[in-house]
Design a protein around this ligand. Structure first.
Ligand code: ZN
Length: 378
């Protein structure tokens, strides 16, 4: 890949983001688990040992018409890889992650370098200093950028200090052209597990050199929608939402995600009305979910996606208009838009959206949930 093509794709993505809504893929970990890969494996290392499995999952998301593929590099930092004795392979794992996603994406999708938390406490809660955290993030991002990532997604962070170090590391390495998306994971009340409430973390994210802010994973789409709408009161930046398919429930010995593709697509519609610019999924979401999410987003035909000659269709205009209304705090207008949406939805009479989960097909769990880090892996 030439440097020119990497820079032009970076610019193309920035251009697309300014014009319309983009759909990201769903879970990688869930799909790997469903393919029989147990959670004691280092999933990032599969980029080297089982690239065909990773490529096929990316291809399944391309078939579902996702426009952003996240690389299988969520845990590709020195701290996490050290737990598996794989620090020597850090560069190869991250570069292979980008290459595999690029092979699958071709011209149909952008490749987002995925960066997750370090998996350890940083100062003052643990031994890792801010400087050390920043240099660890820099190391991973250098490989993702050198391999040609079109954008970077920093995701599933719950410690603001750690996310700050990741953001500045990414910007220092990637330069001003790269779109950087910074996402937190929230609890049932829209707060970070690290203690910050929605207003606090949104105001911090707003100050940092990132292009898109938002949330991923967390507690399903309903809490995320409420939180994103609240975030919009404190920041004008474009927002992203990549919820998990609800909290996994234990049913007859198996963990099941209760949010069906239909339920997720109803919430995708609500995210669009709220003005979200990137919508996708996290743990428990599959190509079936993303296919229906994409059907809610009327975007140009695939061949037009990167060319810049994009027709902005009515749905996008409606979403953009609604986002502006939100930002102007014209809540009445938004509520009436929601009411219209409510009337149009296909759910049975009298049923509230969040009650649908139990009445629609359940989807098996399968993310790399481990102990206390249970919702930290996409
Ligand atoms: Zn997740």
């Amino acid at each position: 890949m030439t440097e020119t093509s990497a820079v032009s794709r970076m610019k193309a993505f920035r251009d697309q983001l300014s014009r319309r809504v983009l759909v990201a893929d769903g879970a990688m970990g869930t799909m790997l688990y469903d393919k029989g890969i147990f959670i004691n494996r280092c999933y990032d290392e599969l980029n080297l040992s089982s690239p065909d499995i990773i490529r096929q999952i990316h291809l399944d998301y391309v078939k579902a018409r996702a426009e952003i593929l996240e690389t299988n590099t969520f845990g590709g930092n020195r701290m996490r890889l050290a737990a598996f004795g794989l620090t020597e392979k850090l560069g190869a794992i991250n570069r292979a992650g980008v290459k595999i996603a690029r092979d699958a994406a071709r011209d149909a999708a952008y490749v987002a370098g995925a960066v997750g938390p370090l998996g350890t406490n940083i100062e003052p809660l643990g031994p890792t200093s801010f400087d050390e955290a920043r240099s660890i993030f820099r190391e991973q991002v250098e490989h993702l950028v050198e391999a040609g990532a079109d954008l970077l997604i920093l995701e599933t962070f719950f410690n603001l200090d750690e996310l700050r170090e990741a953001v500045f590391a990414a910007r220092e390495v990637a330069g001003p052209e790269m779109v950087i998306v910074a996402q937190v994971t929230i609890d049932d009340f829209g707060n970070l597990r690290g203690g910050a409430d929605t207003e606090t973390f949104t105001r911090r994210l707003d100050e940092w050199p990132v292009d898109v802010i938002g949330a991923n994973c967390s507690a399903g789409p309903k809490v995320m929608l409420d939180t994103i709408e609240k975030m919009m009161r404190y920041s004008q930046k474009p927002m992203s939402a990549m919820p998990n398919a609800g909290q996994p429930q234990r049913v007859e010995g198996r963990h099941i995600y209760l949010c069906s593709p239909e339920y997720m697509s109803q919430y995708a519609r609500r995210f669009l009305w709220a003005g979200v610019k990137i919508v996708g999924g996290c743990c428990g979401t599959t190509p079936d979910h993303i296919k229906l999410v994409r059907s809610e987003v009327r975007v140009p035909a695939r061949s037009e996606a990167g060319c810049g000659q994009v027709r902005v269709l009515r749905r996008d205009l409606a979403a953009a208009r609604c986002g502006r209304l939100q930002r102007d705090r014209r809540r009445g207008a938004l509520q009436s838009a929601r009411h219209r949406l409510h009337q149009r939805s296909r759910r049975p009479a009298g049923q509230r959206p969040h009650e649908l989960a139990g009445h629609l097909p359940a989807y098996p769990a399968g993310s790399r949930h481990r102990g206390r880090q249970s919702l930290l892996l996409p």
